[in-house]
Design a protein around this ligand. Structure first.
Ligand SMILES: *Cc1c(COP(=O)(O)O)cnc(C)c1O
Length: 356
């Protein structure tokens, strides 16, 4: 605290990211990073870019990330004007809240969801209401039939992993023609249907993607928004009032290369999905209730063991999982799918802890 702080800074409750432990070999299952490396083509592209570093780095990057956006647009069957690129989807979401979700009527999102949403709402002084998930931790779209200034949630939802079918998303978008519906598809590649196919028919739909999870590039900080060109324009106007060059040269070439290696991407997703089914079955065998997941993590509780205590005991063994102290979710652990070896280390530790 300081008397130099602005009022808004005094009132903020910043988002707290999962721990990045300074250990040589932690079993890190707490921030939903991909356990497998990005395509080797990414490293080649970065090396090529840096080969000319003296020439390229002295110049600013393309402020519109045109080549990258063209590549991603073609990948999804969109026009380049329907694609916005930002420095991680967190930044894309931050700009979206300001550009499209700040209105007189309240913004709606689930009570159990990505915990950055209330932080953005606070930062921009956006009025919001949370809508409870049902008892099975599902988003019930009928509960969103109230006047609103926008709707946002992830599909699959985080930290629950539950995915809504595309038909439900379409119903919601169609029922809210006067507000923007933002579907945060950070985990869509692990088992849900993308809403991108609806963009041509619904000018009020914005879909947000990231390369941090399914493309193994959390360290690159790149995310996208897809939607009607008028929505993308709003984001560009905010970006150009904030930072003209959110993506550096290395990030632009690296992510372009990642989208050009579709085989690597599909193979990585398949490995993560197989790992999820394996871990879900093993946790169930240990007595955990596991929410069926379409993401690269599982949300699980054990009726006989306090979640915070389990997380702390795992941490002593350098195994990191995520525990949220939020109402209704505080008896669950969110566990990222690691390699089979990492999941086995977790399972061995849990077997010991559950018996003591
Ligand atoms: C991980 C995550 C993001 C943020 O992704 P970045 O692109 O790394 O900023 C956004 N939304 C949800 C739901 C996430 O889980």
């Amino acid at each position: 605290m300081s008397r130099y702080w602005s009022d808004i800074v005094h009132r903020l409750t910043p988002y707290v990211p999962g721990e990045q432990p300074a250990l040589a070999h932690p079993v890190k299952l707490n921030t939903n990073e991909n356990p497998y490396p990005p395509s080797p083509a990414v490293l080649t592209a970065i090396r090529n870019e840096l080969g000319d570093a003296a020439e390229s780095l002295r110049r600013y990057p393309d402020p519109t990330a045109r080549t990258l956006r063209e590549t991603v647009a073609a990948h999804h069957g969109l026009a380049v004007e329907q694609v916005f690129a930002g420095n991680g989807s967190d930044e894309v979401l931050a700009m979206t809240f300001l550009a499209l979700l700040k209105h007189d009527r309240p913004l709606l999102f689930p009570d159990i969801t990505y915990s950055f949403y209330p932080t953005y709402a606070q930062l921009y002084e956006i009025d919001y209401r949370t809508v409870p998930l049902d008892d099975a931790f599902k988003v019930r779209i009928a509960d969103y039939a109230v006047p609103n200034g926008g709707i946002v949630f992830p599909n699959p939802n985080a930290p629950t992993g539950h995915a809504l079918p595309l038909a439900d998303i379409e119903k919601l978008v169609a029922a809210n023609p006067d507000s923007v519906v933002v579907i945060d598809e950070a985990y869509v590649d692990f088992g849900a249907q993308s809403a991108i196919s609806l963009i041509a028919r619904y000018p009020n739909l914005l879909v947000v993607h990231t390369v941090s999870k399914s493309r193994s590039l959390a360290g690159m900080r790149v995310g996208f928004a897809f939607g009607d060109a008028a929505l993308i324009d709003a984001l560009v106007r905010v970006k150009d009032s904030f930072n003209s060059y959110p993506l550096d040269r290395v990030a632009q070439v690296a992510v372009t290369a990642a989208y050009n290696d579709d085989a690597w991407f599909r193979d990585t997703c398949a490995k993560v999905i197989a790992g999820r089914e394996r871990l879900s079955a093993a946790l169930t065998a240990l007595g955990f209730d596991v929410v069926p997941s379409a993401a690269n993590f599982v949300f699980a509780r054990h009726a006989g063991h306090d979640a915070a205590t389990l997380a702390a005991k795992l941490r002593e063994r350098e195994i990191f999982v995520r525990h949220f102290r939020t109402p209704r979710a505080d008896q669950h652990l969110r566990i990222t799918i690691g390699t089979d070896a990492e999941c086995d280390t977790l399972l061995a530790a849990l077997r010991e802890l559950l018996n003591t």
